[in-house]
Each structure stands twice: as structure tokens, then as C-alpha cells.
Design a protein around this ligand. Sequence first.
Ligand code: SF4
Length: 342
Amino acid sequence: MIKPFMPQLVYFEPKALDYPLGKRLKEKFEKLGVEIRYTTSHNQVRNLPGENDFQKYRVAKSTLVVGIRKTLTFDSSKPSAEYAIPLATGCMGHCHYCYLQTTMGSKPYIRTYVNVDEILEQAEKYIQERAPKITRFEASCTSDIVGIDHLTHSLKQAIEYFGQSEYGKLRFVTKFHHVDHLLDANHQGNTRFRFSVNADYVIKNFEPGTSPLPKRIEAARKVADADYPLGFIVAPIYLHEGWKEGYRKLFEQLEGELPMHAKKGLTFELIQHRFTKPAKRVIQKNYPMTKLELEETKRRYKWGRYGIGKYVYQQKEEEEIKTTLSSYIERLFPQATIEYFT
Ligand code: SF4
């Protein structure tokens, strides 16, 4: 059983202490006896303990930088939402395939932003621009936000903010089961709480440092009992020996363990495995023993954002993945919606 995340080392940017959350976090970590350092900017977070890159990478993943979010222009977040809302970046998980390997390869430490009010004010501007159309915000584009929220409660604040919003909706996904503090948040049904799930083979081989599947499902049950709209993201869908059976078992397990009321209005998002060239370099450096298949010639190249193309499965394989998984979902969860396959 995986314990809630606790950083080994915490950095504070100077202005962070002007905010109540920054002060609270400083007191908390002082009491807990966590090593605290000060830095003018997260870019100065160097000299992390460790004898080589491999060790430094692991230390970075358990280092928290408490700072201010300066860029208040939100990225778009297709296909799951209109915008990415930046409450934190980085993650303590060690999923080999993680999409953060592309975006944060050189800065794997975790950053949390204490100017939550300003971030929410900015979200409000985006909501107003589009009103009366609904605007959805994805809170897990740059981190597994649930995994650190037991320390900061900034996600909880956002959930309650969107609970009061007429045209704004929040969503996020997690591989962690530490959800208890979010169960009593006044969400008003405006937040979709999703869990990332996968076939046993993928979780065992590629997701160290995250909660085991039974724990995620147990947390999903609690979330459904707290009346949150619930969803599952199956990602990355990864071809391996026995994959059809592996994914069938996954959906059967979900079907068997979720209460009836949780199955109504349930959503699924399906994302096939992909990698980029920069991510491949980071993965091979930091997880040199990984079994993850990263062979460009076996894949199909797709143009991506910021000019970084990605390697996805061949068209035929893609079709097979889509029809196989969709058929399981349609059979076992007739009341659920598949939001997209990508
Ligand atoms: Fe990346 Fe999510 Fe795994 Fe964290 S839990 S390492 S964000 S894939």
C-alpha cells in the first residue's frame, strides 16, 4: 500500500511566503522536520543531492518547490477540456511512459503554486469569454494533482470554486487513492473525478510509485458515493502479449466492483500509447531497464503540438484497439459514454 506523498526536500520561492498557503506549507514542513531550502526561482533548483543523474532524477521527483504561477495564460487541453488549469506541475510517480517526460524532462521536480486565487480569477475570465457556453478546465495536464493535494488542498479549493460556477466545469485524473479530503468538497456536480486504469501488465511493469489498481477502484467507489461525476481514463493502451484478455479483465473488475449508481453517467476516455523522440531519450536515461517498447519503425508518425511529433500504433492496430475496448465497454457499461479515443 502506497503512502501519501511526502517530499524529502522543499524549496520556497521568496514571494510564496506572502501568500497564506505558502505560510501554511512552511509551518507544516517545519513541524514535520522536512529539509527546507530557499531559492530565488525554481530555475535555480540545482545541486540536488545524488551522485549521478539517475539518483538526482529520483531526488527531484521527491522535491517540492513552492512558488507562484506567473504565466496566467492557460494552454488548451484538447480533447478532454477547453483549457488546462495550472495548479501544480510535476509528479512523484514513476510511470515509465509518462507524458511529462516530453514536457518536463529536464525539470522533474514538483511545483505547487500558492497564488490559487489569481489562477481561479484567470479561469473566471476564460469562462466569461465563452459564456453561456460551458468551459471545461483540466487540472491534470502537468501533474497528478490529487497525489499532492493532501498537502496543499488547492485542488479542493478549485473544486469548491467550480461548485459555485454557472458555466465552468473542472476535471482531473489520478493514479492515486488519497482522496479522502476531497470527499466533502462542495462540488455541486461540476467536477468530473477520473481515475487512470490499465491492464495488469501495464500497471505492474510501467507504473511504479502509484497506487495499486484495487486501491484506485476503492477510491473511485468513495468518489461515486460522494456524488461526483465519475470517469475512467484507460491510458496508455499498450499492446502486449495477452492484451485483449488483460483489458477485458480490467473492465470486468471495474464492472464487478462499482456500485450500480456509479455506472450511470460514467465516462471513459481511451488513449493509445504514444511517445515522442525527446521523451524516448529521457525514458531510456532514467529507466534504463524498462521493457517499454519505443521502436519508431514499428509505429506511425503523427504531427504534434509545438512541432514535437509522436509515434502511435499503426492504423490497423489502432482500429483493433478501438473496436476491442469499445466492445467491452458497450457490453459491460451500457449506460456509460466513451468520450473519445485517441
Ligand atoms: Fe506521470 Fe501520471 Fe505517472 Fe505521475 S502518475 S508519473 S503524472 S503518468
